[in-house]
Ligand binder design. Structure first.
Ligand SMILES: Cc1cn([C@H]2C[C@H](O)[C@@H](COP(=O)(O)OP(=O)(O)O[C@H]3O[C@@H](C)C(=O)[C@@H](O)[C@H]3O)O2)c(=O)[nH]c1=O
Length: 188
């Protein structure tokens, strides 16, 4: 293929000139360097497979991952495309383990003393990667199911649920008080 002068255009040069080079996304241990909110950490578990099926440990205080004891847990689910949130807890942390499905966890840090004050952070959790993640107190969080099946999450809050006086504060997912837009996604 040549132009009218018979000179072949340098397609490689022109396409590369318009291209954007990937930036680093992983550290030396091949862990994501995407910023988390201050006080948030992951703990990876392992799925042991054999010819009959699998075993995946979900939470063991002996791992020494989180300072607070294991006192209570429950499962919550979110239907495909829907959002749960915004929520915030004053007295406890959440500690999520996604059993199945795909979850986008969006966080907004309003804590004045935090190094990530005012920041939005996004974390992607999947049943394909068994791991725990904690959500610190006073951090707004919203969970969107970005998969095509119901997402199933085990939560290990650091305190038991008080049915008479829940430690839960809510804002609408389309609040102007949080600089994040869930687009057309619905939820509460
Ligand atoms: C959290 C919880 C709720 N419930 C009851 C209260 C209510 O009638 C019903 C639904 O409660 P909620 O609307 O609080 O459920 P939900 O909105 O799914 O709450 C959860 O959302 C996810 C995103 C989180 O981050 C968790 O911290 C938790 O707030 O379940 C319990 O009985 N025990 C519990 O531990």
């Amino acid at each position: 293929m040549s132009d009218h002068s018979g000179i072949r255009p340098n397609i490689l040069e022109s396409t590369l000139a318009a291209a954007q080079r990937d930036e680093r996304t992983l550290d030396e241990q091949r862990q994501s360097i995407a910023p988390l909110v201050d006080g948030m950490t992951f703990f990876d578990s392992i799925r042991h497979n054999d010819d009959r099926g699998s075993v995946t440990e979900v939470y063991d205080p002996r791992w020494g991952w989180h300072a607070d004891p294991l006192v209570f847990s429950y499962i919550f689910t979110i239907r495909p495309g829907l959002v749960k949130g915004w929520g915030l807890h004053k007295l406890h942390e959440d500690r999520y383990f996604v059993v199945s499905g795909e979850l986008e966890l969006v966080l907004y840090d309003p804590r004045p003393e935090s190094s990530t004050y005012g920041k939005i952070s996004k974390v992607y959790l999947s049943g394909n990667r068994p791991r725990l993640v904690n959500i610190p107190k006073f951090v707004w969080h919203a969970d969107r199911n970005i998969g095509t099946s119901e997402v199933v999450v085990i939560n290990f809050p650091t305190i038991q649920y008080d049915h008479s006086n829940p430690d839960k504060y809510r804002l609408p997912i389309d609040t102007d008080l949080i600089p994040y837009d869930f687009g057309s996604a619905k939820g509460w």
